[in-house]
Design a protein around this ligand. Structure first.
Ligand code: SER
Length: 342
C-alpha cells in the first residue's frame, strides 16, 4: 500500500522551515518536500523525500502522483513583493503558472482518491492596495473583501491565485459534458509580515521588521528602508505555522469563506526598533527610506480584521508583540547566532 504524505512546495523558505519541523516532530507526518534550492541539512531528517526541482516542471509533478498518496498540499513557493518588482514576468510565471500546476495536480490527485485533497495556500496582506496614507489611517482594520486593488505584481499574483483556487474548487470545467466532481478543498490564509528567529526573508517588503532584529543580533548596522511611523501587521512564525495547521484541520462545513485574514500585532517601525534596542542596546539602526518600497508598504493596511477566522475555526494568536519578542524571538535569535545552526 502506498503511504499518505503531505506535499510542501517552497520547502526551503521561511514558512517551510517552521512547517516541516512542526509537522514532522509533533504530528509525525510523512513529508515530501520540493524546492528549487537544496534543502537545508537540518530539514532533511524531517522529510520522507526531498526533490530539488521546479514547480513549473509538470513531468516532475506528474511523477509524484505515481509514487505517493498525497493527502494535503501546502503550496508555499513564491517570489515575494520586492523581488517580484525587479522581474515581474518571472514572478508571474512562478507565482501564477506554478500555482496553476499545483492546482491541476490537486485536481488529479483528488479524482484518483475519490475525495478532495486539501490545498493550503498562503496569501498575503499584499493583496490589498490602499490609494494613499490618509485612506490607510482612516480605514484601519480591513476585511477580506475591502480594497483588493494591489499595486505590486506579487499582490496581483496572490489575489488572482485566490480566485484560481476558488475556481478550481468550485467551478473547474463547469460546462464540460463530464463535470469533475471531486476537485480540491482550497483553503487560503492572508498572512501579515512574518518574523522568524530561524530564517531571514528574501525579497519581501515587510523585511525591515525581521531584518532590524537579525542585523542587531549579529552586531551589524541596519538602515531601515521605511519611515518610523510605518505600520503594517506582523506575526511571529510559530503563530503562522499554527494558523496553517488550524486551517488545514478545520472541518470543511465550518468554513464560510475560502480566504481568511489572520492577525496578531501591528507595530510601527519605530515600535519594532524600540523592542530590538531593549534586547540589543548596542544596535545601530537608522532610517534610509526607499521611496518605492515605502509606497508599497503604505498601500498595505495598518491592520486586518480576522473575525471570520476567529469565528469559523477558532483562530487566536499565541504571541502578541511583547510575548513574540520576549519569549520567542530574542531568546531563539541569541541561540541561533551563538551556535550558528542552519
Ligand atoms: N512578506 C511579504 C512581502 O513582503 C508580504 O506578505 O512580500
Amino acid at each position: 500500500m502506498r503511504r499518505e504524505v503531505i506535499l510542501i512546495t517552497g520547502a526551503n523558505g521561511e514558512i517551510g522551515h517552521g512547517l516541516i519541523t512542526k509537522l514532522s516532530t509533533e504530528n509525525h507526518a510523512r513529508i515530501v518536500a520540493i524546492d528549487v534550492k537544496p534543502l537545508d541539512e537540518c530539514l532533511m531528517q524531517h522529510c520522507e523525500k526531498f526533490i530539488q526541482g521546479d514547480i513549473l516542471d509538470n513531468m516532475l509533478l506528474g511523477r509524484l502522483i505515481a509514487e505517493y498518496d498525497i493527502c494535503s498540499i501546502f503550496h508555499l513557493a513564491s517570489i515575494l513583493s520586492t523581488k517580484a518588482e525587479y522581474q515581474p514576468e518571472t514572478a508571474h510565471k512562478i507565482n501564477v503558472e506554478g500555482t496553476i500546476n499545483l492546482l491541476r495536480l490537486g485536481v488529479e490527485i483528488s479524482q484518483l482518491q475519490g475525495k478532495p485533497v486539501k490545498f493550503i495556500y498562503p496569501s498575503s496582506i499584499a493583496v490589498y492596495g490602499l490609494p494613499d496614507i490618509q485612506t490607510k489611517h482612516k480605514e484601519g482594520k480591513l476585511k477580506e473583501y475591502q480594497w483588493c486593488e494591489p499595486i505590486t505584481m506579487y499582490g496581483c499574483n496572490k489575489i488572482y491565485c485566490e480566485h484560481l483556487g476558488r475556481y478550481y474548487a468550485r467551478h473547474y470545467r463547469q460546462i464540460s459534458k463530464d463535470p469533475i466532481r471531486n476537485t480540491i478543498d482550497f483553503r487560503c490564509l492572508r498572512f501579515p509580515g512574518l518574523i522568524s528567529a530561524d530564517t531571514v526573508p528574501t525579497g519581501g517588503t515587510s523585511d525591515y521588521g525581521p531584518e532590524m532584529l537579525h542585523y542587531a543580533a549579529q552586531g551589524l548596522a541596519y538602515d531601515c528602508f521605511v519611515r518610523e511611523d510605518t505600520r503594517i501587521p506582523f506575526m511571529a512564525m510559530p503563530d503562522a505555522i499554527k494558523a496553517l495547521l488550524m486551517l488545514e484541520a478545520a472541518p470543511n462545513a465550518n468554513l464560510s469563506q475560502l480566504s481568511y485574514n489572520v492577525g496578531s500585532f501591528s507595530p510601527s517601525a519605530a515600535e519594532i526598533h524600540r523592542c530590538v534596542m531593549e534586547a540589543f542596546p548596542q544596535a545601530q539602526i537608522s532610517y534610509a527610506v526607499h521611496p518605492q518600497r515605502q509606497t508599497i508598504v503604505d498601500s498595505w493596511p495598518e491592520d486586518v480584521d480576522d473575525s471570520p477566522a476567529r469565528e469559523d475555526w477558532g483562530w487566536q494568536p499565541d504571541y502578541d508583540m511583547d510575548r513574540s519578542f520576549k519569549e520567542y524571538l530574542i531568546p531563539a535569535i541569541r541561540t541561533r547566532y551563538a551556535s550558528n545552526p542552519c
